[in-house]
Unconditional design. Structure first.
Length: 129
């Protein structure tokens, strides 16, 4: 618990498990998700948005659920699978950072590390009414 009714949790255990976890909890007013997602933006660019809840066709949802069950973890999969399974609250905010480096390893790239204060501020701003 981070205080003021805010909980912080590592969601790297997969979308299907998260969907079940959310269904077992009292409903949340808002969910803020944070992730590094390569979308071709400048390295370490921070983007925030309210998720529009648009789902792809049923076939793609099934593919994403199959990927999730086999261990594929991505922010897009998490949003789509949890929405398809009816687990997300009405208000879902997303904070994305463009990775500068997608290699395995501990820690952040220097570019993302430099933007960490901006990322933290974007997350906390997303929790405010």
């Amino acid at each position: 618990m981070a205080g003021d009714g805010v909980e912080v949790e590592d969601l790297s255990y997969g979308p299907v498990a998260l969907a079940q976890n959310l269904q077992d909890r009292p409903p949340y007013d808002r969910l803020v998700l944070v992730g590094a997602v390569a979308r071709g933006r400048p390295p370490a660019e921070v983007t925030t948005y309210r998720w529009e809840r648009r789902l792809p066709p049923d076939e793609e949802i099934q593919e994403r659920i199959a990927e999730a069950v086999t261990g594929v973890i991505s922010l897009d999969n998490l949003l789509i699978v949890c929405e398809a399974l009816g687990s997300l609250p009405d208000d879902v905010r997303v904070v994305e950072v463009e990775p500068a480096d997608e290699d395995w390893g501990d820690g952040l790239s220097p570019e993302v590390q430099e933007r960490l204060p901006d990322i933290v501020e974007a997350v906390w701003s997303s929790t405010r009414p």
